[in-house]
Design a protein around this ligand. Structure first.
Ligand code: FAD
Length: 282
């Protein structure tokens, strides 16, 4: 009989699986979308909102949300902004190169629980990437929801992710408002911060479910406007970012109040984290 040591499941979760980059698309000046396939073994089923720990040999391992369609798990899709050592190395890969993948980890956006309600998706910058699987899932069952609204902000028109998809999503019933921090005269859309769009957007404040992802300051202001408009904090969800090392609730680096973002998040209900976010530098 084979006996398992209690450490075995933990060790298994800490060993990256080799994946091959099969396609690479430039999104903006510093952001790429990579499609990966497992070098061996099964495809990676995931829920919208989950992330993997992604690594390229010797440059460290970083949490990156899955940005692909949960109905198409054969390819693992990540949209990565090159900000430092690990993400630059990941973004420098080309088709045929290998990456290490652990996961998927973390909890999901409440896509099924929101059935019957309006859903408001609020995102800034790279924050649209973790929300993209939720948008795919919502549009796949469009008839089960009320209004579907996406409010999206970027630094400039050239920094917006997935521009062609925004048109396609709009044609499939997603109401979209985009804003940028600054733009030239050719830009005919909104200029300003995302919370301003939240103030104006049309949705049923009593029944909407709001999904927030982007810079923390944007999420704080967006949540404040939502609550001011009568949305219950229990119906607002946000994906939080903290420095993460293990991804499986062991190392403690990503602590947020009494929770660990990798284990208890990254998607949280606003009423559960708001008290902790009110404490400076927590
Ligand atoms: C759950 C989760 C999901 C994420 N999903 C994505 C994603 O889909 N796409 C993506 O591009 N990035 C995502 N990130 C952020 C990504 O993990 C960081 O950009 C990455 O860890 C930076 O590592 P680095 O070695 O490249 O840069 P570093 O050398 O570690 O840092 C470079 C710069 O980025 C800042 N930085 C480092 N880590 C973070 C962080 N976690 N949050 C904010 N700023 C940070 C540093 O302060 C520094 O200014 C996610 C983070 C979390 C926690």
């Amino acid at each position: 009989m084979v006996t398992r040591s209690p450490a075995e499941p933990l060790a298994a979760e800490m060993i990256p699986a080799p994946f091959a980059v099969v396609s690479k698309r430039r999104e903006t000046s510093d952001t790429w979308t990579l499609e990966l396939e497992p070098a061996a073994g099964d495809e990676l089923s995931f829920a919208p909102g989950q992330f993997t720990m992604l690594s390229r040999g010797g440059t460290g391992e970083v949490p990156i949300s899955i940005s692909g369609d949960p109905a198409r798990p054969a390819r693992l899709v990540h949209t990565v902004r090159a900000v430092g050592l690990a993400t630059q190395a990941i973004c420098a890969t080309e088709p045929g190169d290998a990456l290490g993948v652990r996961g998927p980890f973390g909890g999901a956006w409440p896509v099924e629980a929101a059935e019957g309600a309006d859903v408001l998706v609020v995102s800034g910058g790279i924050g649209l990437a973790p929300l993209r699987p939720a948008i795919f899932a919502l549009l796949a069952r469009r008839a089960r929801y009320g209004r579907l609204v996406l409010l999206y902000g970027g630094r400039s028109p050239g920094q917006l992710l997935y521009p062609a998809e925004l048109d396609e999503w709009s044609a499939r019933g997603l109401e979209i408002a985009v804003t940028v921090d600054s733009a030239g005269p050719e830009w005919l859309g909104h200029v300003g911060v995302v919370p301003r769009l939240v103030r104006r957007a049309a949705f049923d404040a009593g029944g909407v479910v709001a999904l927030l992802c982007g810079p923390e300051v944007m999420m704080r202001f967006a949540a404040a406007v939502l609550i001011e408009r009568g949305v219950a904090a229990e119906r607002v969800y946000a994906s939080m970012e903290r420095n993460m090392q293990c991804g499986i609730g062991v190392c403690g680096h990503c602590q947020l109040g009494p929770t660990l973002v990798c284990r208890d998040g990254p998607v949280y209900r606003w009423d559960e984290i708001a008290p902790w976010l009110a404490i400076r530098e927590l």
